[in-house]
Ligand binder design. Structure first.
Ligand code: NAD
Length: 328
């Protein structure tokens, strides 16, 4: 299969690349390296079936040509991460909505029907306080000038774009509402909590918990996320409708900090920082994010393979410097 990955040097994109290279496919990854990291694709940079294109999707002259030859496209390029989203609100709509439109239009005019997977997000549920979030539930947004609303709404627009192109052009487009993915190659720089805690614990620094730490999240190992994306891409019944992708195990951020300290054997302490100090006065924190995954399971039979402990352990080994070998 010919695979095109937008955002291919990113955290999830690079795992999608690994998955398909291991399966024997040809992979093209396009990325502007705004949050992606060349190190993510370093291991297979010179692989004969891998090609990396350094380009902004909004201005990539190769997009139409790439859409013509792709059998499957993972559209993952987006402005992501709490800090980047809050710092650069203009880019959110420009990239998240603009690049998705450009991509879907390129596919619709390509003369063939490659499978497309669009990465949506649990952020589409907005400020919903529901215990669990199902695809048919109402989403909750209030007029607000903070960037997070813009991010969630941009992802909701992506779902509307996907549905529209499915209806109007029959595109086989799957919409994955991703809930917190975590695992090796994720960076804490832009606000992702698991790699940040691991980094702090490994370095013996205090683990900084924002708020009181009672807010909960459900973390899905990125390798499970990628397996689910693959299943959705090939699932006809999934086209045009949003599908939650994640796991149902819920953990508070404080318990996550304790778990990371336990798994790393670190002496780090836990410190608390108020949300507005971390993210600014307009930040509205979300208390819980737990998916209902029935639709994903019924459509694809997906079951996660990795536990949160596995994820943390693997992140820890990828964070620790390799042992120095004594010279002979
Ligand atoms: N990681 C998660 O927990 C999570 C949760 C929900 C949704 N998502 C979605 O999954 C996708 C991938 O997220 P990720 O966690 O791997 O983040 P990431 O930042 O590692 O990956 C996004 C990639 O897109 C690239 N990119 C951004 N703008 C671009 C542009 N204009 N042209 C080309 N490349 C561009 C970045 O450089 C980066 O490599 C995103 O669409 C994100 O919204 C992720």
């Amino acid at each position: 299969m010919n695979i095109l990955i937008t955002g291919g040097a990113g955290f999830i994109g690079s795992h999608v690349a690994t998955f398909h290279l291991e399966r024997g496919d040809e992979v093209v990854a396009v990325d502007d390296l705004s949050t992606g990291n060349p190190a993510n694709v370093e291991a297979f940079k010179s692989h004969p079936r891998f090609r990396f294109v350094h380009a902004d999707l909004l201005a990539w002259p190769g997009l139409a040509g790439a859409a013509k030859v792709a059998d499957r496209i993972y559209h993952l390029a987006a402005v992501v991460g709490m800090f980047r989203v809050l710092k650069d609100p203009v880019r959110i709509t420009k990239v998240n909505v603009g690049a998705t439109e450009a991509l879907l239009e390129a596919v619709a005019t390509s003369g063939h029907l490659p499978q497309v997977v669009i990465a949506s997000s649990s952020s589409v549920y907005g400020r919903s306080e529901a215990k669990e979030l199902g695809e048919e539930d109402d989403v909750v947004f209030t007029p607000h000038d903070g960037g997070l609303t813009g991010y969630g709404l941009s992802k909701l627009v992506n779902e509307i774009q996907a549905h529209a192109y499915r209806e109007s052009f029959g595109l086989p487009v799957a919409v994955a509402r991703l809930f917190n993915a975590a695992g090796p190659r994720q960076t804490g720089t832009y606000g992702f909590v698991v790699p940040r805690f691991v980094d702090e614990a490994v370095k013996g620094k205090p683990l900084t918990v924002y708020g009181d730490g009672r807010q909960t999240r459900s973390f899905c190992d990125v390798r499970d996320t990628v397996a689910a994306l693959d299943l959705l891409a090939g699932c006809r019944a999934a086209y045009g409708v949003p599908v939650n992708v994640g796991t149902t195990r819920e953990i508070s951020i404080l318990d996550l900090a304790k778990l990371v300290i336990e798994r790393t054997g670190s002496n780090s302490e836990i410190t608390f920082v108020p949300f507005d100090e971390a993210y600014g006065a307009h930040f509205e924190h979300i208390m819980r994010r737990r998916p209902v995954v029935r639709r994903l399971q019924e459509l694809t039979g997906f079951r996660p393979r990795f536990t949160l402990e596995n994820t943390i352990d693997d992140l820890v080994s990828s964070h620790r410097p390799a042992p120095l070998h004594a010279h002979a």
